[in-house]
Ligand binder design. Structure first.
Ligand code: 5GP
Length: 345
């Protein structure tokens, strides 16, 4: 039995150390970045925030709204090819270029991805997404998708360690999705005892990916704009958000009224709610690894994304980064035992 003694950190274990800066205002900070991806050689530029491929987050409406801010949306797996056909027939080019097509690893998933990709040359991103990215099946599937789509940007995950990041990049992934267990509606750590503190996962996986010319998405665990900034500061090229973008008009859930207040249901993709909806219930060999919560309804997502972007811009001014691209270089984290003053709750 081996116990790793290195300390692993989450977002709540650190703060940024302020640094001297010549920036006068957060409006001077450029959040858009340009990427050239390792295998596909494709270029993409925009704000590297990604809406999660969850039922109540990664909708077509979310994609339309986030694209206005330059951000990406990983569209959830439960739209049909016909739904996609309607979307590409009516959506703006900019929106189509800012979506990811999510897929599992079955033959049926492969065929569906093929059919969706055939609808428009402008669809650029494929996101191969399974809960346990350590499965041999994922590596083989990524190689198969890479062979079929040599010029598309392929994302694969989820993993949390450098060895597996390298393996997925070598198999053909341009971007590796990092995060096991940090999600706001995830119960994996409780149900299985498996996980990895998210900030350390990002720092270690970014290092592994960048060494090979690949990129990473820090996926899950951000509960405020400061956490998003910490994910970028730790080296994430992209940051994926579920809960922070849920509960909005564009999220695609039903608005529920209770005691005069409005709420929206938000649930994990491995929760009982999701399995009841999409798989006819929880199969008897498995446990649900996600929860269902009622979020206060927050209206349009535009205000929320601007708030998040404003927070990250402000972080950049505190550490003297004129561009988001410079944030990691300008980051020194300090370990802390307290985050904010909660005297008023
Ligand atoms: P959040 O931003 O809400 O903290 O995390 C979003 C991420 O949580 C998703 O992108 C996905 O990786 C993960 N996730 C979503 N649903 C579930 C689930 O039911 N179980 C687990 N373990 N993770 C989930």
């Amino acid at each position: 039995m081996r116990i790793e003694q290195d300390l692993k950190l989450g977002f709540k274990d650190v703060l940024f150390r302020p640094k001297r800066s010549t920036l006068k205002s957060r409006s001077q900070v450029e959040l858009a970045r340009e990427y050239t991806f390792k295998h596909s050689g494709r270029k993409w530029s925009g704000v590297p925030i990604v809406a999660a491929n969850m039922d109540s987050v990664g909708s077509f409406a979310m994609a339309a709204s986030l694209a206005e801010h330059g951000a990406l949306t990983a569209i959830h797996k439960h739209y049909t090819v016909a739904d996609w056909a309607d979307f590409v027939a009516t959506a703006d080019s900019k929106v189509i270029q800012n979506v990811m097509v999510s897929t599992g690893t079955s033959d049926k998933d492969f065929q569906k991805t093929f059919d969706i990709m055939a609808l428009s040359e402008e669809i650029t991103f494929i996101c191969v997404d399974i809960a346990n990215g350590y499965s041999e099946q994922l590596v083989e599937y990524v190689a198969k998708v890479r062979a079929a789509f040599p010029d598309k940007v392929i994302t694969a995950g989820n993993v949390v360690t450098g060895d597996m990041v390298e393996e997925l990049i070598l198999a053909g992934a341009d971007i590796v999705k990092v995060g096991i267990g940090p999600g706001s509606v995830c119960t994996t750590r409780v149900k299985t005892g498996v996980g990895y503190p998210q900030l350390s996962a990002i720092i270690e996986c970014a290092d592994a990916a960048h060494g090979l010319g690949g990129s990473i998405i820090g996926d899950g665990g951000c509960s405020c704009a400061g956490d998003v900034a910490k994910a970028f500061g730790g080296g994430a090229d992209f940051v994926m958000l579920g809960g922070m973008l849920a509960g909005h008009t564009e999220s695609g859930g039903d608005v529920i009224e209770k005691d005069g207040k409005k709420f929206m249901k938000f649930y994990g993709m491995s929760s009982k709610s999701a399995m009841d909806k999409h798989s006819g219930g929880v199969a008897n060999y498995r446990a649900a690894e996600g929860k269902t919560v009622l979020l206060p309804f927050r209206g349009e997502v535009g205000n929320t994304i601007q708030d998040i972007m404003g927070g990250v811009r402000s972080t950049c001014t505190y550490v003297g980064a004129a561009k988001l691209k410079e944030l990691t270089k300008r980051t020194t984290f300090i370990r802390v035992l307290e985050q904010e003053n909660n005297v008023y709750g």
